[in-house]
Design a protein around this ligand. Structure first.
Ligand SMILES: Cc1cc2nc3c(=O)[nH]c(=O)nc-3n(C[C@H](O)[C@H](O)[C@H](O)COP(=O)(O)OP(=O)(O)OC[C@H]3O[C@@H](n4cnc5c(N)ncnc54)[C@H](O)[C@@H]3O)c2cc1C
Length: 460
């Protein structure tokens, strides 16, 4: 418990901000969270539009720490692997992990956020103030500027310390950009995304395999679909913004239909509202944000997308933001109320890993849209799982280190690169797993990889 009840101001009651407020309340802090949007628990939700996220180990760990895991698992759908929809409408299932304990979960973003807010507000010292837009921060005065979105009134708040969980467009980060020697970069992909939907079947059931993340890989673009508890799927089309095909050239309902008929005929057959969805849902941009430092003394720090927005192709943005909360909490265990040391340690432990997941996510885009349908890639995936079975102390597939373990992302990336080289050597010129030279595998693994546990505990 802190010596006196310190007040913390959080900006943003999204996924990370709501979770962090619970961690802090459990430590005895008084937390005020200022959120730009209206309370989503009261606001009318448009019928049928449901957006979901893949939850995995790091997010699960954090939810467990704050006591919310069981409630989330009640509304989560396990996805055991990728279901690849080939160009000839063929189906290939690729398990994600070594067995059914290694799955990822499809969870509604809205329901998760609502449950986090409910639990946050069940702590008497957490207050969420809705429709309060942060306009920036004056770090010398520790003052955060707000506008009340209902009344238009501007005002200022200052608390002992401020943590900005205000997402990729963070106004607090923008204020940091004006401080000396602040590094910032934002890189957009040529691709954007659009959410579409597959409704439940007439009997209310799932029209595609329920326990899979569906992918229609088409080399330079792709469609994916994740299941929702009501029997529907939320689909996301990732496509270049410009060019043909591109969002800019898909500008008529007939053009959209023709594109889906050509590229995704099996999905189109299940999408009765395709044209309406396509033209009523926005086209989102995809980018990577990196910055440094992540804090200004003990006055303020950034957390989640505010300091490290990543492209969504590893399904890790939220999981990484939740892990930020876990690590900040560990730093509070170590350094108590010395916020300067807490923020400095949190930044040191997380920055290197946030950079690594940003790179991994960019690399995985090519894998998802282009390589998952390639038989050689499938062989390498299978060999990777067999190597894990044979050499569990050394070889854990990269996807598993990122998704089913809390291996620091930087370690997962470095070991993943070495493992990839080993897999390429072992599968060169062969087509079947029986032809793998396992003695060579053992030799390469023992000379090139340190035991997993020696490295995985570092950097966190
Ligand atoms: C298409 C897509 C798919 C994704 N899929 C996955 C996935 O499968 N798995 C995964 O782990 N991650 C996924 N992500 C990433 C994930 O959505 C983000 O990493 C996560 O939402 C980050 O949480 P956050 O709380 O930091 O930011 P946000 O969730 O963006 O929350 C920020 C909050 O701050 C509020 N806010 C913003 N500006 C202000 C202001 N000026 N004043 C006050 N409040 C403000 C916002 O209203 C919001 O409530 C995906 C992202 C995209 C775009």
């Amino acid at each position: 418990m802190p010596d006196h009840q310190q007040h913390i101001l959080l900006v943003g009651a999204g996924l990370a901000g709501s979770l962090l407020s619970i961690y802090l309340a459990r430590r005895g802090y008084a937390v005020d969270v200022y959120e730009r949007r209206p309370d989503m628990r009261l606001a009318h939700m448009s019928a049928g539009r449901s957006i979901n996220l893949a939850l995995s180990k790091r997010g699960i760990h954090a939810l467990d720490e704050v006591g919310l895991l069981d409630a989330i698992m009640d509304i989560a759908i396990p996805m055991r692997g990728r279901m690849i929809h080939g160009e000839n409408s063929s189906l290939t299932f690729q398990p994600y992990g070594k067995d059914d304990s290694e799955v990822i979960y499809s969870v509604s973003r809205g329901d998760l956020n609502r449950k986090l807010m409910d639990l946050a507000e069940s702590h008497t010292h957490v207050r969420i103030h809705f429709q309060q837009r942060c306009d920036g921060m004056d770090f010398a005065k520790r003052a955060v500027h707000f506008t009340d979105e209902e009344t238009g009134a501007s005002y200022m708040r200052s608390e002992d310390t401020v943590i900005a969980t205000d997402g990729a467009g963070s106004p607090v980060r923008q204020s940091m950009e004006a401080t000396p020697r602040f590094n910032f970069s934002q890189e957009f992909l040529e691709h954007g995304y659009k959410e579409l939907s597959i409704p439940p079947g007439r009997d209310g059931g799932f029209q595609l395999e329920k326990h899979a993340l569906h992918i229609w890989p088409r080399h330079s673009f792709m469609l994916i679909a994740l299941p929702n508890p009501d029997g529907s799927f939320t689909c996301t089309l990732f496509l270049q913004q410009e060019g043909d095909p591109g969002f800019s050239s898909l500008d008529t309902p007939a053009g959209v239909r023709a594109f889906f008929e050509r590229e995704f005929p099996d999905a189109l057959a299940l999408m009765p509202t395709l044209e309406d969805d396509f033209f009523s849902n926005p086209t989102g941009a995809l980018g990577t944000i990196r910055c440094f430092p992540w804090h200004v003394g003990d006055a303020a720090a950034l957390l989640g997308d505010a300091c490290h927005a990543v492209v969504p192709f590893y399904g890790q943005g939220m999981n990484c933001a939740f892990e930020d909360c876990t690590v900040l909490n560990e730093c509070l265990d170590e350094f108590g109320t010395d916020w300067h040391r807490v923020f400095a340690a949190y930044q040191e432990r997380r920055k290197i890993n946030a950079d690594a997941i940003a790179d991994l996510a960019l690399e995985n885009f090519i894998e998802m849209r282009d390589r998952v349908a390639d038989p050689h890639f499938l062989l390498m995936k299978k060999v990777g799982l067999v190597l894990e079975e044979k050499f569990p102390e050394y070889f854990i597939p990269k996807y598993s280190m990122v998704t089913f373990h809390r291996t620091p992302y930087a370690v997962a990336r470095r070991r993943g690169q070495i493992q990839q080289e080993i897999l390429e050597e072992l599968t060169r010129g062969i087509e079947k797993i029986e032809d793998v030279h396992f003695a060579l595998a053992e030799q390469r693994i023992s000379t090139r990889l340190r035991p997993y546990t020696e490295e995985a505990g570092s950097l966190r």
